[in-house]
Write a protein that binds this ligand. Structure first.
Ligand code: AOF
Ligand code: ZN
Length: 376
């Protein structure tokens, strides 16, 4: 049931979303979740899911409430995600809510995972708790906050974000392949933040060979405690050199290399011996791409940041596998150069992918277009 939410309900739910965001980059493959406990308009407890395996948001808010010397019985809880009903790394939140005697729960959005999907809200209602789902902007924001979790729960696949930086005349590199740097320092810092928030970062072998990237998150706050994404290389012929930055930094973050079945066995074995997980895929290019995403999903990769190059971008876009684009447009004119994507593309402009929404914002000297193609 959807409620007719008051402005006060919406404000508390927005606070729960703000709290949830504090778990960004620290809870995956779990969702970020926040909760606020309120009695007579007064906030008496707040909490969020702070790390994988740690307290769920509801339990954290209840603990905070008690620490502050309040009895939560009869109070309301605002929680950004449907409370869980299962025993996982943590006990079920529904039990904690029932045991605490909370009277009403206002929920930001449903949890589409198999073990949830309405079970928690049902149990709360059976236990006499008034349960309502918020609607409107707060509901949309609650879903948007946990897109990787939602897509992975619904499809087993990671949310795919394609990131690129283009010149004013639409190129990602000069004709000779030089791309350092198209975007400005602020934009590059932002990309390192996105890497720290992503479960994995991917490039095609062309980019791996041309740029010898590390794909780790650097120059972010608290470099010591930053989450490092797994690195992924789409490398049909197993050409990734053993002395590449990616292979040499395997101790810092896992490296997955997708090769085509039948790739040179010596090279595959050498990559494995160096510590890479090499996954062999068979079939047509599109089939292999789809299987690669499924393999990542199976490894609990819920979000994949694709950083190029043009062939990988073109294949993913044409296959409809991209969920969102983040494109920096930099105030430089290259005159000629390499495009963002190559491949079959679409025959007609009328077939173009049209985003559900695009947000344009300034990023230092650049403009950033964040386009959402699909929502989960
Ligand atoms: C909640 N509150 O704060 C979170 C929930 O095995 P666990 O304990 O890590 O639980 C993970 C699952 O619980 C996750 O897949 C999602 O369905 C739910 N996450 N639920 O009530 C929370 N993080
Ligand atoms: Zn829970």
């Amino acid at each position: 049931m959807t409620l007719v939410a008051t402005d006060e309900d919406r404000a508390h739910l927005r606070r729960a979303l703000e709290l949830a965001d504090r778990g960004r980059g620290r809870v995956s493959p779990n969702p970020m979740v926040g909760a606020v406990i309120v009695r007579d308009g007064e906030v008496i407890g707040e909490g969020f899911h702070a790390e994988l395996g740690g307290l769920h948001a509801e339990a954290a808010a209840l603990a905070d409430c008690r620490e502050r010397g309040h009895d939560p019985a009869g109070a309301m809880i605002y929680v950004s995600l449907e409370p869980c009903a299962h025993q996982g790394r943590q006990p079920p939140c529904t039990q904690a809510i029932l045991a605490a005697g909370l009277a009403r729960a206002v929920i930001g959005c449903d949890d589409p995972s198999e073990k949830a999907s309405g079970r928690g809200p049902g149990m709360l209602r059976d236990g006499g708790v008034e349960v309502e789902f918020i609607d409107g902007a707060e509901a949309a924001a609650a879903r948007r906050l946990i897109q990787p979790f939602r897509k992975h729960a619904r499809t087993g696949l990671p949310l795919v974000t394609l990131k690129s930086a283009i010149s004013l005349d639409g190129f990602t590199a000069t004709p000779s392949g030089d791309s350092r740097w198209i975007s400005g320092t602020e934009s590059r810092a932002l990309v390192h933040r996105w890497r720290a928030e992503a479960d994995a970062v991917a490039v095609g072998i062309g980019t791996a060979l041309a740029d010898d990237p590390l794909l780790t998150a650097r120059d972010v706050d608290n470099p010591g405690s930053v989450h490092q994404p797994a690195r992924v290389v789409f490398d049909s012929a197993a050409r990734l050199p053993l002395d590449s930055a990616l292979v040499r930094s395997i101790a810092d973050a896992p490296l997955y290399v997708f090769v085509e079945a039948g790739a040179d066995l010596d090279r595959v074995e050498a990559l494995r011996a160096a510590g890479a997980e090499v996954i062999e895929l068979a079939g047509e290019r599109d089939r292999r791409l789809a299987d690669a995403l499924a393999e990542l999903g199976r490894r609990e990769i819920t979000s994949l940041l694709v950083e190029g190059g043009a062939e990988l971008a073109g294949s993913l876009l044409a296959a409809g596998a991209v969920d969102q684009l983040r494109v920096f447009v930099a105030p430089k004119v290259l005159g000629a150069g390499r495009p963002l994507a190559v491949g079959a593309g679409f025959e007609r402009v009328a077939e173009a992918l049209v985003p559900l929404a695009v947000e344009w914002e300034r990023s230092g000297e650049d403009m950033l277009a964040a386009a959402r193609l699909r929502e989960w």
